[in-house]
Design a protein. Structure first.
Length: 324
């Protein structure tokens, strides 16, 4: 079968597509014939050796797949060949088939396409865990989303809206902000043009942000923290800007607010049942049309470098998907 392989750390152009042996299902695993692979910002890091996980060479990027169960190993209960499924793989997904522990697999109804399903697990899973479990977002609260047109950002707009929050979407261009409004943002801020702290205060009628969702970090973090409301929650999602901010803790004291870490990958390992319940909820919401992951573009396995370059260049609105 064909697989996108990273044989040494480097840029997307260093990836190669080669033929590798078809996988067999181990104990408690199922082999999925991959139909679609969701790419994420961290795929651009994992191939450079800059991510927290460094798989052994050669490895395929691709942390989430959707497809059809081809075969099951011993003790792989609840799944059978022919089932449509979605799975979190961590890496290894950018290929024609992969063997995955059944605990990482959730069945898909016919209403949810493979492309849509491949866009659900990581970004929407992270966001549901962040907003509900970690951020305790309540109806009527002001939710400020940074990097709002990106993968996690679009999920925060949609899930925040479903949870009854008022969404202030922040991004780097008028085109991205228009996209955010089209998926439900109530107000928008261009942080390349406006003073972020003042703009958040204005957009919240002077109250400030009850919850900040931050997948960008860097220079945006401190002004966003300065615009928090009393008792707010600042959700640390990631550092797409490339810079990990250092923040004055006196601000946290003065605002009686919390800085809350969100590590979804670890949540998947430590709380597998809660994770599966969240994915089932997301799949149901998607089937009902209550969330609709935006697919920026679809790419073949051979075009994986183009997709990763688009993510690096901040061009992608929503998700880039490999279609196998
Ligand atoms: N904590 C967790 O469990 C968890 C889970 C999933 C992802 N993450 C992390 O969350 C972050 C965002 O992931 P994502 O999938 O949403 O990424 P994405 O789709 O690429 O979106 C990231 C956004 O960040 C902004 N950005 C600012 N500076 C950037 C730069 N130098 N390069 C690229 N983007 C830049 C861009 O928006 P503008 O152009 O509008 O500024 C972009 O849309 C990543 O660091 C990822 O590793 C964390």
């Amino acid at each position: 079968m064909k697989a996108v392989l990273c044989k040494q750390f480097g840029s997307p152009e260093n990836l190669v597509v080669e033929t590798v042996p078809y996988p067999t299902a181990g104990e408690g695993e199922a082999v999925i014939a991959v139909a679609a692979v969701g790419l994420n910002f961290f795929d651009t890091l994992i191939i450079q050796g800059k991510y927290q996980f460094k798989p052994a060479f050669p490895f395929s990027p691709g942390a989430e797949v959707a497809g059809v169960v081809k075969s099951v190993g011993g003790n792989a209960q609840g799944l059978a060949p022919g089932d449509r499924v979605v799975a979190f793989t961590g890496w290894g997904g950018a290929c024609e088939a992969i063997s995955v522990p059944v605990a990482r697999i959730v069945k898909l109804p016919d209403e949810v396409s493979f492309e849509m399903a491949a866009a659900l697990t990581v970004t929407y899973g992270t966001t549901l865990h962040a907003l509900a479990d970690r951020g305790r977002l309540k109806p009527g609260e002001n939710l400020v989303v940074l990097g709002a047109a990106g993968g996690t950002g679009q999920a925060a707009i949609e899930i925040g809206k479903l949870m009854g929050a008022r969404i202030i979407a922040c991004a780097s261009s008028p085109d991205k902000l228009e996209f955010c409004r089209s998926i439900g943002a109530d107000a928008t801020i261009d942080y390349t043009q406006d003073n972020l702290k003042d703009a958040i205060r204005m957009a919240t009628g002077g109250q400030g942000a009850d919850v900040v969702y931050d997948p960008v970090g860097g220079d945006l973090a401190e002004p966003a923290l300065r615009a928090m409301a009393w008792g707010g929650r600042y959700l640390v999602i990631g550092f797409a800007s490339g810079a990990v901010p250092r923040l004055p803790l006196n601000l946290v004291l003065l605002k009686g607010c919390e800085i809350v870490g969100v590590f979804w990958g670890s949540h998947v390992e430590r709380e597998p049942e809660a994770h599966r319940a969240n994915v089932r909820k997301l799949v149901a919401w998607c089937a009902e049309g209550r969330i609709r992951p935006h697919i920026h573009g679809t790419y073949t396995l051979d075009q994986a470098p183009d997709a990763l370059r688009a993510i690096e260049r901040r061009e992608v609105k929503g998700k880039a998907i490999l279609v196998v």
